[in-house]
Design a protein around this ligand. Structure first.
Ligand SMILES: Cc1cc2nc3c(=O)[nH]c(=O)nc-3n(C[C@H](O)[C@H](O)[C@H](O)COP(=O)(O)OP(=O)(O)OC[C@H]3O[C@@H](n4cnc5c(N)ncnc54)[C@H](O)[C@@H]3O)c2cc1C
Length: 375
């Protein structure tokens, strides 16, 4: 067992850190304030190869693997969790096409997604369900020479800038299938953005599918097998959310150390107080545990292993850890931590989002317990 990053991974990590601190951090507060999708930044990150980190060159990727994906998401999230989430979420469509797509689908969709020429969104959640796939109400009906999709999807991240969407819908037999839908298709209508507490600017919006026609060749995988691309893609994205939790926690820790050194109470820096030192030590220990859990899960995926259970363990731990660590950072900052002008306030709101999106913590616990009891 080797807990040291290899040379190539260290280079990816260092380059992402430099880029994030120089190009992403200065935009973070404004992205949060306006909640507008940062299109230019999203394109730039695509051009840098950040949406194809996990995939080989013939698929349009850079061949870094899933660990490189986790390292980059962590560093970008350290600067702006919204920007980190753009990289993290972009893997959903790419992963499902990489695992289940035909050669034509890989050529037409995966290569442009991985190389950053296209952006994809992933449409699963609906007004009546985010956790229970059986409750999906969106329908895909075979008509003439293709499918016609009718339904509504909520909270669809990246949708304002997406070129394609992976859409989950039920067929006439009630089975869920996945379809690749060009966002330019008539009837693919973007409605209101969802105003959220954190991850503002991720473009999470309501999408309507008003009789969208999709050719047979855009069915992803075999008819009725939609759960497979869904579960595979989501398990990889959970590694991304874990890395986001680590990145936002590192940012909170960095700010707390600086603040504790310069803020004085009773004539001395608060960093000298055992209570503050206790908080800082707790923050580091919890974050380091989450970091290695996220890296390990990514490495397991790099070895071709099934990470459906492991990614739930990592996401459950890292999301709870991020909420706790950013809460402790707020405490180190006293009342100033609650001010809108202080970055730590944004980090706390962003951290909370990791507990709900890409599956709530209760769902992660259910997956973990099911796996444990089946063994
Ligand atoms: C910023 C953001 C971006 C998002 N991006 C996307 C996206 O790109 N694509 C997409 O499809 N979705 C996206 N989502 C949606 C998100 O993944 C869902 O909202 C999430 O999975 C939870 O679904 P829900 O809100 O419907 O919760 P519900 O399923 O209604 O659950 C509500 C609560 O009920 C409890 N609960 C539900 N089921 C169980 C269970 N089985 N066991 C125990 N307790 C349970 C939990 O306490 C849970 O918190 C995004 C959401 C946000 C906030």
């Amino acid at each position: 067992m080797d807990f040291i990053l290899g040379e190539r991974d260290k280079m990816v990590q260092a380059a992402a850190k430099e880029y994030a601190q120089k190009a992403v951090l200065p935009l973070a507060a404004e992205i949060d304030r306006t909640a507008e999708f940062p299109l230019e930044l999203a394109r730039e990150m695509g051009a840098m190869g950040y949406y194809g980190l996990a995939y080989p060159a013939e698929c349009g990727g850079t061949g870094g693997g899933y660990l490189a994906y986790a390292l980059v998401v962590e560093q970008i999230s350290r600067a702006s969790m919204t920007a980190g989430a753009i990289v993290a979420v972009s893997i959903l469509s790419a992963e499902s096409i990489y695992r289940f797509g035909t050669d034509r689908q890989k050529r037409d969709f995966l290569v442009p997604l991985a190389s950053g020429e296209m952006l994809g969104c992933f449409c699963f959640t609906e007004p009546a369900t985010g956790s229970d796939p059986r409750a999906i109400a969106t329908r895909a009906v075979w008509q003439g020479d293709g499918y016609v999709i009718e339904g509504q999807k909520n909270f669809i991240a990246l949708s304002p800038a997406a070129d394609i969407a992976t859409v989950f819908a039920k067929d006439e037999d009630g089975k869920v299938s996945a379809y690749i839908v060009p966002a330019s298709a008539p009837g693919f209508v973007l409605r209101e953005p969802c105003e959220t507490l954190g991850l503002r600017g991720l473009g999470a919006s309501v999408v309507y599918l008003d009789g969208v026609r999709v050719p047979r060749e855009n069915l992803l995988g075999s008819p009725g097998s939609g759960y497979e691309p869904l579960l595979e893609a989501i398990s990889v994205e959970r590694v991304g959310v874990s890395a986001q939790g680590v990145g936002v926690s590192q940012a909170a820790l960095d700010l707390s150390v600086e603040y504790a050194k310069q803020r004085c109470a009773y004539g001395r820096p608060i960093a000298e107080m055992p209570t503050i030192q206790w908080l800082l030590a707790e923050m580091v220990s919890r974050m380091e545990a989450g970091r290695w859990l996220a890296y390990r899960t990514a490495s397991l995926r790099d070895q071709g292993l099934d990470i459906r259970n492991e990614s739930s363990v990592a996401k459950l731990y890292c999301s709870q850890m991020a909420v706790e660590v950013t809460r402790m950072a707020m405490q180190v900052h006293g009342s100033y931590g609650t001010m809108k002008s202080m970055p730590v306030e944004r980090l706390y709101r962003d951290a909370k989002m990791t507990e709900v999106y890409v599956g709530v913590s209760e769902i992660q616990r259910a997956i973990i317990a099911r796996h444990l009891l089946r063994q």
